[in-house]
Ligand binder design. Structure first.
Ligand SMILES: Nc1ncnc2c1ncn2[C@@H]1O[C@H](COP(=O)(O)OP(=O)(O)OP(=O)(O)O)[C@@H](O)[C@H]1O
Ligand code: SF4
Ligand SMILES: [Mg+2]
Length: 321
């Protein structure tokens, strides 16, 4: 499996005009790769993840293309995408674990979902039970209502459901948020195990929590105000980031092992620009300590070292710090 996204632009229709939440985004995800997608709230992470699987009515594609295994995904064709959803590309939407229908048992939710994708539940029931046991749950969860399950149990169930047909790509949006730290770790390990067992070939794990990505991701991509700032191996992003935003984002995190109440988070002064009327040039310009005249022009998202992409003039033109 390989995902290739080229110059993708996705906007929300609004009364005051289009709000372009994903603006000229290009990247690839390789076979077997777990790519973490991080960035602060409102940077467009969910919009990007959703657009690959489930482009809602209020969203529209302004440009670009998405290819899976060299074949273009018809992302604007809601019906056409039915042939791909769940079987090829699958999504655990943000807040999914709270959206499970409370009036239906998990088993019924599963069979309804499968039927809506033209799959008979009986054919995959044994496999579902096997995977439920594999993640440490009891198969009697199938007879329970969602409100009878803990957050961690619900999250495991939604991930099992979304990967039951062994999709090439899973987009998992904030699946570890709202869980306690040890459950976060267990759900993270489950994602790695599902990839290793081939239940899903590649993954985009969306979160604003870089510490969970340090645990599970092979690569990390950082978004800022609808654009890509940086993508590299997890080790490079954590230990040798090049984009000033990534550097400041990491500097604002407590060190591993340091308790939050023992340290002060630096934070990044200022706010991201409005996506309804973004300024020209680099979108981080107002907050960047290195900004120069040059930054009034948009920096390209370029490969500056093998496998390391950055959108910053300081990096691509080699300015001294
Ligand atoms: N329904 C909508 N109508 C108009 N604009 C929207 C709508 N939903 C989102 N947006 C815009 O798209 C931007 C990106 O939203 P998105 O939900 O993709 O961000 P995110 O990075 O997933 O944030 P979070 O970390 O809070 O989940 C927002 O800043 C907002 O301006
Ligand atoms: S392009 Fe300029 S403003 Fe943008 S991050 Fe780089 S140095 Fe800062
Ligand atoms: Mg989101």
């Amino acid at each position: 499996m390989s995902l290739s996204v080229e110059n993708l632009r996705i906007a929300y229709r609004s009364r005051s005009g289009d709000v372009c939440a994903v603006d000229d985004v290009s990247f690839t995800v390789a076979d077997g790769e777990i790519m973490g997608l991080a960035g602060e709230s409102g940077s467009g992470k969910s919009t990007l993840g959703n657009s690959l699987v489930y482009l809602e009515n209020r969203m529209k594609q302004l440009g670009g293309r998405v290819e899976l295994d060299g074949k273009e995904l018809p992302i604007t064709d809601f019906r056409g995408m039915r042939a791909y959803r769940m079987a090829e590309v699958s999504l655990v939407p943000q807040y999914a674990m709270n959206a499970l229908n409370p009036t239906r048992r998990i088993g019924k939710i599963t069979s309804d979902l499968l039927r809506s994708h033209g799959v008979r539940a009986n054919g995959v029931l044994e496999e579902m039970k096997r995977r439920i046991r594999l993640v440490g749950l009891d198969e009697d969860v199938l007879g329970k209502y969602s409100f009878e399950l803990s957050g961690g149990m619900r999250q495991r169930v939604t991930i099992i459901l979304s990967t039951l047909l062994n999709p090439s790509l899973l987009v998992a949006d904030e699946v570890t948020s709202a869980l306690d730290v040890s459950t976060q770790r267990a759900v993270g390990e489950m994602l790695i195990e599902f990839r290793d067992r081939g239940f899903v070939k590649s993954l985009i794990a969306i979160t604003h929590d870089l510490s969970i990505l340090a645990q599970i991701a092979d690569t990390i991509m950082i978004m800022y105000a609808g654009r890509l700032a940086e993508k590299a191996s997890t080790d490079t992003i954590i230990n040798a980031p090049l984009h000033p935003y990534t550097q400041m984002l990491l500097a604002s995190l407590p060190e591993v092992g340091v308790r939050h109440d023992q340290t002060t988070l630096t934070g990044i002064p200022g706010r991201p620009p409005s996506l309804a009327s973004p300024p020209a040039g680099c979108r981080f310009r107002d907050r960047c300590p290195f900004a120069r005249e040059r930054c009034a022009t948009s920096p390209p998202f370029e490969e500056v070292k093998p496998g390391h992409h950055v959108a910053c003039w300081k990096v691509s033109e080699g300015w001294a710090a």
